[in-house]
Every structure is written in C-alpha cells, then in structure tokens.
Design a protein around this ligand. Sequence first.
Ligand code: ADP
Ligand code: G6P
Length: 489
Amino acid sequence: YEKLDVRPLRQRLLVVANRLPVSAVRRGEDSWSLEISAGGLVTALLGVKEFEAKWIGWAGVNVPDEAGQKALTEALAEKRCIPVFLDEEIVHQYYNGYCNNILWPLFHYLGLPQEDRLATTRSFQSQFAAYKKANQMFADVVNQHYEEGDVVWCHDYHLMYLPKCLKEYNNNMKVGWFLHTPFPSSEIHRTLPSRSDLLRSVLAADLVGFHTYDYARHFVSACTRILGLEGTPEGVEDQGRLTRVAAFPIGIDSDRFISALELPKVQEHIKELKERFAGRKVMLGVDRLDMIKGIPQKILAFEKFLEENPVWRDKVVLLQIAVPTRTDVPEYQKLTSQVHEIVGRINGRFGTLTAVPIHHLDRSLDFPALCALYAVTDVALVTSLRDGMNLVSYEFVACQDSKKGVLILSEFAGAAQSLGAGAILVNPWNITEVADSIRQALTMSPEEREKRHRHNFVHVTTHTAQEWAETFVSELDDTVIEAQLRTKQ
Ligand code: ADP
Ligand code: G6P
C-alpha cells in the first residue's frame, strides 16, 4: 500500500468552476482585456501555487462569433485558462436563474424571493434543464482536455451535475467536488424539486468537500433522508460504493497580503488614508453586494450605535466597499437601491457640512488599495446572514499584525468556527447586539486586542489556501487508491 502512494510532485490539476479567475471585456473584434474576477472561490484558488493547474470555466461574457471565441481562447491560454462558451439564453436560465435565483438563496437559508415565488416555481423545469445542459457543456470541455492521471476538481453549486457527467465519460477519472457555500439542513434541501438528481450526481464524485463539519453533516443527512442511502463516518455508501464526504476549511495566501504591506504603493495609500481619517476610528466592510452579506443590517446596526453613543458621532467612520455582483438578477438590483437609500438617510441624519459617517462605494478596489484599507482599519464588520466561509475576515486579520484591530464576525459565517475565539461573534439579525459589539470593539483594551488578534493571526497564517488544496487533492488520491484496493479484494 505504501508503495502505491507515490504521487508526482506537481500533479496535473483541472480546476473546473463556473467563474474563471479572469473575466473578459471585449475591446475590439478580436481584442480582449482580462480583469481579475471577484469572489472567495477565485481568491482562494489563486492562492494555490504548487500544482500544474489548468482552469476551465466561463469568462463572464457572451461571445457569439467564432472569431471572437478563437481570439479569447488564445488570450486565456496565456493564463492557463480554458473557456466554456455559454450563450445568453443559457446564462439567463442557468446562471441568473437556477444558480443565483434558486440554489444560492436556498443554500443560504434565504428562501426564494417572495414576489418571485410563483414565477420561479413555474420556470423551475426549464431552468433546471438549462442547468443540466450547461453542466454537460463544462463536462465536454473537461473531456477534451483530460489526460490520464489528471485530478479533476469541480467547484461550487453551479456544477453539482458535473461529477455525474464526467463519470459517464470516463469512470476512471479522479473527480472531486467542493462546495464554497453552506450546505443547508436537509429540511431546506428537500424543498428543492431537483433535490434527488442533484444529490445523486454529486455522489458520483470520489470525494465531496465542504468548509465545515456541519455542512458535511447536512449533506450526509440529505443523502440518508432523501435518497435512503447509508451514511457512514467516511461518507455515503450506495450499493457498496463509497463517496467520501469531509470538511476541508479553506484559507488564503496570507503571505501575499503580509508582504504586500511593504510595497511602496500600499504604503502610499496607507499614508493617504491615515491623513484623510485622522482623529477618527475607521470601521470597514468589504463585500460583494449580495443579500447574504447582511449589508443593510450592518448599516442599520451602525446607525443604532451612533444613535446610542453620541460621543462617538464625529470620531468614527464606516467605509463600506461593496462590489456589484450578479447585476442581472432583480433581487440584487433591489438590494443596491435599498442600501443606497439607507446610507443616504443615515448620512443626512448624522452628517455635517464637512464629514459623513458612512462612505459607501459600489465598486471593486485593486489589491494595493484593499490591503491598505485593511491595514488602517480599527474594526472590521462582517455581518453575513449566512456565508460558506468568508475570506474577507481572513484578509483583514492577515493585514493587521501591527494595528491589532478587532473583527466583528457573524456567527453564521463558516469563519466563525475558525476565528470565533479571536473575533467578537454576533447575530447579524440583532442590530442592538451588533451596535453593542461596535462599542465594545472601539473601547477594547490593547491587551485584549493583542490576545484576540494573535489567536486569529496564527490561524490565518497556518491554514492557507495551499494547505487546503494539498489536503483535498491528497485525500482524493487516497480515496481513489483505497477504492481500487477494495475492488481488487
Ligand atoms: P464571497 O466568496 O461570497 O464573495 P468571501 O469573503 O469569501 O466572499 O470572498 C470575497 C473576495 O472578494 C475576497 O477575496 C475579497 O477581497 C474580494 N472582494 C469583495 N469585495 C471586494 C471589493 N469591493 N473590492 C475588492 N475586492 C473585493
Ligand atoms: C461566491 C461563489 C463563487 C462565485 C463568487 C462570485 O464566492 O461561491 O462561486 O464565483 O461568489 O460570484 P459570481 O456570480 O460573480 O461568480
């Protein structure tokens, strides 16, 4: 057995995710520019270095013409990326519809948008058909690029149907699937009309991974309760075939953030920010503008804090940086207007001629600006209503080794399990509790801050993205070897 366990040093990895790490913007008929995509999946996977990886996914753009597709394929090849071309109708039904209007809210316990409920129920079948079709398109591209011995690592809720499609092509493919969101309680999952199809196709993978033990447990319960299969300590068994199910908490490339703080560009930003906000404590929120992030709840809690603590009104500022996301989905459009409305009202109420309490930006920041902001922050506010992990909290901690700021963290983020001992944990639905925690954070003694920060910093710098990927891939190898040994016996 020992002898079998010999792996190439740099294993070939095919990473398959709906979103490529770069999104394409068309500049001319056959000229493209590529921008880094936002989101935790991309951040974590970009931190994985020690594999010979190729990334297969959608470049976030519709390219109907062959010449455009050829030019984009060439531009992406330089980044070791392989595009899957999805037309507008598929994007509408699969990405905006099934993925982001059905699975995403359901997996985050938000249910379906109320007024959309009936319409969504009616369009469910066609959206699920588009979902399966899109997953098959991803499988076709994987199959074209697959070489024997490759590890195929599928990611996230967009691609739950992919493991099944891949195994239909080649049952010997090593297939892993990892979910970057929570997996909800089986009572939630069972409301999904396609509940069994999705579970069965995920189970076609050799190894299924989640951020936390709870999500893995929910998945196993869904398989036992909905499919009537057997759950074991290793995973789920179906007629003698085992699918391994386990927790693999993700991390970040902490060195990238820590070393960036020394860069002249970052130092310049730090200096500017310190001058700009001299005499005020800086509170920070960095999120995709998504309803799971609890942005309105965070801002209302800040309002409550200002209301109850008048002495702080001209001594603190909240910087909320919210990058727009999934802007074709109506629910996201509504959220943008709602956030603007609340921010405007609070700034009108507590602002002066020279200062406002909330600076809200609807955009992405580049890496040096983001690192500088993390570094000058006194209190970071992560108030997700649910969140698979939340890497923003990890990035903040990585950039705080000199300042030792405080992290206020939702107990419903996966990160609460790893950073809970160092952060102040809150229920984001309880704005009074969050307002109190803001006061506690702003008045915390330096010794207490140091102690809490140290706990989190050690975690963030030792549980990295690289370690996460190595553990997952090595577990996948072991799982496949064990399965081969079992069938030989
Ligand atoms: P999610 O995966 O739901 O987007 P995470 O917190 O895990 O949440 O990851 C978000 C990633 O996107 C982080 O790496 C963060 O730095 C990046 N990000 C989010 N908002 C912004 C923004 N406004 N500007 C720049 N980067 C952002
Ligand atoms: C979350 C999801 C990712 C997704 C990211 C950005 O992190 O888990 O799969 O890529 O959000 O969302 P988007 O829809 O823009 O890809």
